[in-house]
Write a protein that binds this ligand. Structure first.
Ligand code: ZN
Length: 230
């Protein structure tokens, strides 16, 4: 499971980091809630256009790439991400459970139908082809729940796993934070990589302090050639 810090290593700004210039005067409730979109869809849409532009300038880093390598070495690998930036997908990862959606994908505000790619239209936000209501970014806003299908898939993968890697996540926000604990309770080996100590650090079997772009390539290399097999 990966969290926001692996994206930060690629220069993806956090929600608050992106609130510069004209965006600084708004609070999160005015930019990223269903009620904000209902009352001012253009403002919310423009905020996401801006953030997509910032993310579009970034590239996957060695941490993202190492997870692609790991999945080739361990085909059962399931990647749960809390990130919406799509960097795992751009790096080439598959079998991804998107906990918080994708910022570069739209869905209908009313009927939830996913929009087929970018819709070129003068009207912003564009309209849903199915029902005619407005499209919104397919991300989890404040006050919204993690999609039940993602939640179920994440818990299923956690129940099946031998090793749980908690990468660059604060391990503070539930329900995501509960996954590592659930894996540990079932006897899985828990590996954490993070620059800071988290609530998970003390109970992790391998608490690795540092950047994902450092540790994940090292982990992938050791899986490719375990110690003592050269
Ligand atoms: Zn619709």
């Amino acid at each position: 499971m990966t969290g926001s810090s692996i994206s930060a290593e690629s220069g993806v700004p956090t929600f608050r980091d992106a609130q510069t210039g004209l965006w600084a005067k708004y609070n999160a409730e005015e930019l990223a809630t269903p009620s904000a979109f209902a009352s001012n869809p253009t403002l919310v849409w423009d905020w996401y256009v801006w953030r997509r532009e910032l993310i579009g300038r970034t590239q996957p880093n060695a941490g993202h790439e190492a997870l692609v390598t790991l999945a080739k070495l361990k085909p059962g690998l399931v990647l749960i991400t809390q990130n919406v930036d799509g960097l795992h997908q751009r790096a080439g990862s598959t079998n991804i459970i998107e906990f918080h959606g994708r910022i570069d994908r739209d869905k209908c505000f009313s009927c939830n139908q996913i929009a087929p790619g970018t819709i070129e239209t003068a009207e912003q936000p564009p309209r849903c082809e199915a029902c005619g209501d407005r499209l919104r970014p397919d991300v989890i806003w404040f006050g919204e729940s993690i999609p039940p299908a993602a939640m179920e898939a994440a818990f299923r993968a956690t129940e099946d796993c031998d090793v749980f890697l908690s990468v660059s996540t604060s391990a503070l926000v539930y329900p995501a934070a509960g996954l590592a604990q659930a894996a540990a309770a079932r006897g899985a080996t828990v590996v954490e990589t993070n620059t800071n100590a988290t609530p998970l650090t003390a109970s992790a079997d391998y608490p690795l302090q540092g950047l994902a772009s450092f540790w994940l390539p090292a982990i992938a290399a050791s899986v490719a050639q375990p110690f003592g097999t050269s």
